[in-house]
Design a protein. Sequence first.
Length: 416
Amino acid sequence: MKLFIAIAVCWILQGCGRTLTVYYRTSPRRVEVRKQVSPSSLFALAVRTSPGEIDVHLKQASRVTLRRSLYYNATAIVYDHSGNAGIEALEMLTGLMVAAFPVMFWDVQSQVDGQDTIDRKVVRRRNMLLGLLDPTTSVLANQTRVEPVVTEQIFRDRPVVREYEIRVPAPSTAIAFRVLDPASNELARGSVMTDPYGELQIRGAFPRAVAVELSTEGAGAVVVPIQPTTAVTDAAAVESAAIPRMRTSAVLTNDGWARRSQAGGLLPHLTWTLDILNLSSGGPTLFGELRLGRKQSLGVLVGRESFSSDLPLDARASRLDEIGGYVRYYLTGHVGTGLHLGLEVVRGFSDIGSGTGRLSLISCGLTFGYKYTLDWGFTFELVTSQRWLKLGDPVAPRLLDWDWKPTSHASVGWSF
């Protein structure tokens, strides 16, 4: 038992305090440049300047790789503990419902947090379900504060990589050379020292010469074709590294932490759905929902429901025609997609048999559910209703006491 208590305390302490931080990219902070140089290699260019003279330009060539990274400052909205015991109790109740109906809340956290972008990043310290069950963290309602400049390095552009080849003259280098014809036969050989500019000249009558083989001490040989005329090579224009666009400001908002609409998502005006869960029992229900605001909606429902009671024998099993209404508030997301909490009121009537009159029903209670709307309008919704109802028979006459009756709906439909 002590071990269990210790584990529970450690589990809570690991997640106490803030549960969510949203970072926004602001101004550039610093530029980091890394340079990597490959070992040098021999590079040569041979040019026939006259029938009896060949000029050779000898250079040391290296490959240089520059990797540049641009780092940015960031500001953050930190979602701290609400400090309200009532809200924490509601969160724990919500967490129990999430644990009881996991299918209804599949992948809710990723939809609530949204996708990370080059300008925005979400860091969640605790899993959403654990945060709901933990009284030391808040998920649904938080005290928010803004940190204008954060010390952590959050944002960095993708590194820009540029590669160059640098060639510098090889002065005062001892060179052994061979002049070759098309059949690789040796026409002449010798050794010479390059001048201060890394150049050397080979003189002689070599009308059939096509290449010069050069070798240095400690390096392999290189065969250089002889250019027929003076070759002028234009250095490739150095491509300046484009400086990424700098962000000097970021728009901060305290519009909760449900930001799915920033990445798209339908925000419908009207939604119609049909309950398919209870179709087999002969009790379909049609829901209509009208958007009042980004997170508020008003709806109506019409349907039939099977009902059993302890009324006289012919009234124990009945079917009720129902009409009602509800209001909802979306705890996460908006009226298109998100978790919602609502209040529902239903009025029902039913013919239970000849001469027995009509049963009358009134019920009210809380609803809790999850709704998801695709961008092209298709809507799926799971709702559980925790209703208290009262049923009466004016012919009996008899009224039943208030009784608790939970119901569930799985609905599909369309949003406009």
